[in-house]
Design a protein around this ligand. Sequence first.
Ligand SMILES: NC(=O)C1=CN([C@@H]2O[C@H](COP(=O)(O)OP(=O)(O)OC[C@H]3O[C@@H](n4cnc5c(N)ncnc54)[C@H](OP(=O)(O)O)[C@@H]3O)[C@@H](O)[C@H]2O)C=CC1
Ligand SMILES: O=C(O)[C@@H]1CCC=N1
Length: 287
Amino acid sequence: MPYHTAHLPPPLFVPRMSSAIAFIGGGNMAASLIGGLIAAGRPATELRVCEIDADRRAWLAQTFGVDTFEAAADAIAGARGVVLAVKPQQMRSALGGLTIAPGTIVVSIAAGIRLDTLQRWLGEGLHYVRCMPNTPALMRSGITGLYAAPTTPKDARQLAEDILGAVGDCVWLEDETQIDAVTALSGSGPAYYFLLTEVLREAAAALGLPADTAKRLARQTFIGAARMAETGTDVALLRAQVTSKGGTTEAAVQHLETAGLRRLFAEALAAAARRSAELGELFARED
Ligand SMILES: NC(=O)C1=CN([C@@H]2O[C@H](COP(=O)(O)OP(=O)(O)OC[C@H]3O[C@@H](n4cnc5c(N)ncnc54)[C@H](OP(=O)(O)O)[C@@H]3O)[C@@H](O)[C@H]2O)C=CC1
Ligand SMILES: O=C(O)[C@@H]1CCC=N1
């Protein structure tokens, strides 16, 4: 023992805190997160997945080299973080009878399940973070709204941000109810974009373009426009740059404005946000 430490008692054995992250549910969103975490440098040996479907378990193990489990209790044993990634309607049964060790960080990506409901199902003594990612997470181009109660420790917030940040941007919310609006905008948003692409290609085919040509033009137009928006230039300015006075774009945009496009989207987002809140109420009433 070196002279200057000889007078100190032998160091206490402090078990190294596990850095394992367990996923409950190994579907599309979980696979995006696992892929992102591994690409960000997290060893696959630190990731485990509980997945009900045997074929899917085999695919996850083969694709990512992660350990997979049929029983949630086996997947979460000793894990520092548990990511809840089953469908909201599957959550209650996926968590049924599960005991998660106190101090574990629970990151839920489920739509519509409130933190008070999770706490009622899983108990106190855990650190909860509720997140709403989106499917572009698969391309590491996602964006996630996150919420945690003010008392949630910094390391719990950090772990949630490490997990969701591996697949895109993160935005912290001040109030849990804001998750409903985030779900309506960015959670469901990719579907609006895909729908618009479908609508445009159908409209162009009706104007006489061959279906394949219309498909290609519609898809690439949105990809190119998204790349322009990615520069940070305000989309209203980008739109103005396409819109020549007395030209074709103006004719189309004026029609959309008069026909109530803005109202339609306001109503659509309100419907999605309302559904998110309704799900929250429904699950809050489940035993
Ligand atoms: N898809 C989206 O756009 C977004 C989804 N979310 C949220 O992410 C969560 C996951 O969604 P997503 O990945 O699309 O769903 P998936 O259906 O792709 O993934 C869920 C997986 O969990 C499996 N599973 C079901 N029950 C259990 C169980 N008891 N134990 C272990 N595994 C189980 C499912 O198997 P099986 O298929 O056999 O049931 C499935 O493989 C949802 O809560 C959703 O609200 C959040 C943001 C965006
Ligand atoms: O449609 C849903 O309920 C989920 C949540 C956001 C995107 N998909």
